[in-house]
Design a protein around this ligand. Structure first.
Ligand code: CAA
Length: 428
């Protein structure tokens, strides 16, 4: 297959492994620890800044894996718009600031909208293929410094801003409402169908102490209907009926970081392969930013997935657990179809049958996904990979899948299916 990653990884013959890492609590509105003007801690403490979030992720990952900063050959950070939410760019140097042992190491940032974390991981794999033995992969975003409406404008930079920004103040919610409308018209997809995806996300988040929505309960009656707790908030009259608050990922702050090593890195650090997670495949596909795709499909995601399955030598039926980019409930359904978990138009029936629940045949987004766990955009792709690592090694506590798992898939998406990073992992 002709992509740089497959090419470099396969040509180099260097296997890569995830050793472990850390995920910060994802916080924001409706999280008990998030400080806002009605909170009892208001004026007494502040929410973590981007600087603190990056520092905590880096230090946390090194501690969790018992790796010294001095042993790190390369570090990469994924972040989307630190310049807008935090007036801060140049984040490679922010990673270097987190530990004196990282000074003068090669460290830089990559950006691919909400796929920035996945791209950081893909870049670290390229570094491993190129001879690095120990890499640090970091993802971070702080978004609550702006109102949801102002944040909607910042996030719209991941769309074709000149053309798509006027669709709605909430550009991305509107772009995915457009998809929901199209799927509804083509297949009869209902608010109940989308409500089930949301209810699963919140139920999983309620079992996850790190989740943004860990303390918010969602029932099907609320999720499937417009109501005081569940507004249809788009200004665009044509799209307004096709999206409610319960369909949306959260505006979250958070960070995640993991340590990725080569086989030589494993030996150098004295680690056992059985404690690590093997990277079977990672593929990146990129679509045309300036044209709308088919609203019923995610072809960029499907292209990356097809190459990832070929690289891993596996089919969709081999995947036992998945993290998919549910930036909106409709996206989870379209992802299931693009990844080959369901035929076209068939994903909603699988959700209704319970297949994607923690106890189902193919658990999806067991920690709550972007809707329940939260979506600090640069952190999401790294968090997804750590979630799989934890599921594969039985470390997910109350949301652990109750059977032995061998193979998992993560799908991280930037923009409206414009950047896709598909990664397939296997236990040890
Ligand atoms: N009745 C009527 N209107 C209401 C309402 C109610 N009960 N509650 C909210 N609204 C309306 C109001 O118009 C309000 O705006 P104003 O206050 O400015 O008038 C608007 O909805 C937003 O309300 P809030 O500010 O209270 O919103 P919130 O803080 O609860 O956030 C949300 C809810 C708007 C859905 C927010 O969570 C959100 O924007 N989520 C999506 C985040 C997003 O788009 N992330 C990117 C995903 S795309 C991706 O992943 C790919 C990529 O590359 C970008």
């Amino acid at each position: 297959m002709a992509t740089s990653l497959t090419g470099t990884q396969e040509r180099s013959g260097r296997q890569a492994y995830i050793l472990g890492g850390t995920i910060s609590p994802f916080i924001g509105k409706n999280h008990p620890d998030f400080v806002w003007k009605g909170h009892s801690d208001f004026g007494k403490r502040d929410n973590p800044t981007l600087e603190q979030t990056i520092t905590a992720a880096v230090q946390g990952a090194l501690t969790a894996t018992d790796v010294r900063a001095a042993d790190v050959d390369r570090a990469i950070i994924g972040n989307f718009v630190g310049e807008l939410f935090s007036n801060q760019g140049h984040l490679g140097a922010a990673v270097a600031a987190a530990d004196p042992g990282l000074r003068n190491k090669p460290i830089w940032r990559v950006e691919g909208a909400c796929a920035s974390g996945g791209l950081a991981f893909a870049s670290a794999l390229d570094a491993i293929a190129g001879g690095a033995d120990v890499c640090l992969v970091v993802g971070a975003e702080v978004q609550t410094t702006a109102s949801a409406r102002q944040g909607g404008d910042y996030l719209a930079r991941a769309s074709h801003y000149a053309r798509q920004r006027p669709i709605d103040d909430f550009t991305f919610p509107a772009l995915f409402a457009r998809r929901t409308k199209a799927v509804h018209e083509a297949t009869g997809l209902s608010e109940l169908d989308l409500g089930r995806v949301s209810v699963k996300a919140y139920a999983n988040a309620n079992r996850n102490p790190l989740a943004h929505m860990r303390a918010v309960h969602m029932d099907l009656e609320t999720a499937a209907h417009e109501g005081p707790r569940n507004a249809k908030f788009l200004g665009n009259e044509e799209l307004r009926d096709y999206l409610k608050v319960s369909d949306c990922s959260q505006v979250s702050d958070g960070g995640a970081a993991l340590v990725l090593v080569s086989e030589a890195g494993l030996r150098k650090l004295g680690r056992n392969v059985t404690d690590a997670t093997r990277v079977l495949a990672c593929q990146v596909a990129t679509g045309d930013l300036y044209v709308d795709g088919d609203p019923l499909r995610l072809p960029t995601t499907a292209a990356a997935a097809a190459r990832a399955y070929a690289q891993a030598g596996l089919g969709a039926d081999a995947i036992e657990v998945a993290e998919v980019h549910d930036c909106f409930t409709i996206t989870e359904l379209l992802m299931m179809e693009a990844l080959g978990f369901a035929g076209p138009g068939e994903a909603a029936a699988q959700v209704a049958a319970g297949r994607t629940e923690i106890g189902g045949a193919l658990p999806i987004n067991t920690g709550g996904g972007l809707v329940g766990f939260g979506h600090p955009v640069g952190a999401t792709g790294v968090k997804q990979l750590l979630e799989l690592h934890r599921q594969l090694h039985g470390q997910c506590g109350a949301y652990q899948v109750p059977r032995s798992l061998g193979v998992g898939l993560a799908a991280n998406m930037g923009g409206d299916d414009k950047t896709a990073v598909i990664t397939i992992l296997a236990r040890g």
